[in-house]
Ligand binder design. Sequence first.
Ligand SMILES: [Fe+2]
Length: 400
Amino acid sequence: MKNATPFLYTANDLFDWLSGHPDFVLLDVRNDNDFTNFSVEGPTFFPYINIPYFNFMEDARGSIDLVPKGQKIRIVCAKEGSAKYVADLLCEHGFTDVGYLQQGIVSWGNALVPKKVSSDDEKYTLYQFVRPGKASCSYMLIYKDEAMVFDPSRNIEVYKAMAKQHGSKIIRSFETHRQADYISGSMQLSQEKGCKVLASKLDFTGATFPYEPVADGEICTFTKKGPEVKVLHTPGHTMGSSCYLVDNKYLLSGDTVFISTAGRPDLGGRWAEWARELYLSLMLRLRDLPDHIQVLPGHYTSWVEANDEHIFMENLGNLRKHVVAFRLANEKKFSEFVEENMRPQPSVYGEIRKVNIGFLQVAEEEADVMDLGKNECGASNYGKVGVSAGNERVDRRLAA
Ligand SMILES: [Fe+2]
């Protein structure tokens, strides 16, 4: 009988499968360290095994025997080539349904999945772009023939394609803050599409590219009116951190507050001072926003924070009730909470900050390496206070 031929699949295919009921085994053939440091996560759990490519080279038979027989196999590797090698090997040894990831784990790291957030009766369209490989979210607001993006990733082709699909031109690219965990796409978007970059002076002073500073309370609009975007200065995660309130309805909260925790105020090296600012941002500067405002965060910790449509969104009232950072009695308790949860930041964050202000330029391949890996931006993501100590939905889903 003729051997089956392995097929190529994309990172977005993989995400679609993981969003449903995956019926395959995911075989990661990267080395042990790379697998431990960064692996595929999706809305569902699925059988996921690691047998390094090297093992297949050294002991093909023994390694093949470790792959569950009679199963559909989807392979992930660093760049594509070794996954293809293993896929061919499995097909030669009787596996009949084998796929390998196009461009390897980097393509998973860069994949963006658009989710429509606004309802159909609104005159504008708001998308959340989930980046499963980074556990981060960027946004696009479209009104008639214009679009604004917020915290874009480097994979700007996806935003360009979405704007084109709507017959819109990207006119502005907002930054909620100078990111430390991923390379921003704003600079590239403004060079290619001529859009303006908007960001806080406190985070971007000295930037080597043109940007317009945003100020607390400022309102940005589209040419043909449409939804307003109001700037709210909410320092703490960084001193320039800003939230953007869209149409008095959606709060693009950057790294100020997430679904299950707040942002880390310790990344800038002055944690006590910044923790105080963050406390005041949460308790005072956001105080007048009504509970029904929908919070759309810059990151998530885990897929249990997503709603049934796999969108990361929660109303502010619910966050105020359930996120620990909102429920500490005073600034001292808040500061203790931050201190208890402090942990080192990945060493690459310093370099990424430099790239995002234009002080450092890196080749595409180096940027891919720097940009890979899950974010470390939440105050209690991996610290002593677990993710379950947060939102009602998170608790309910974890308990289920
Ligand atoms: Fe951040």
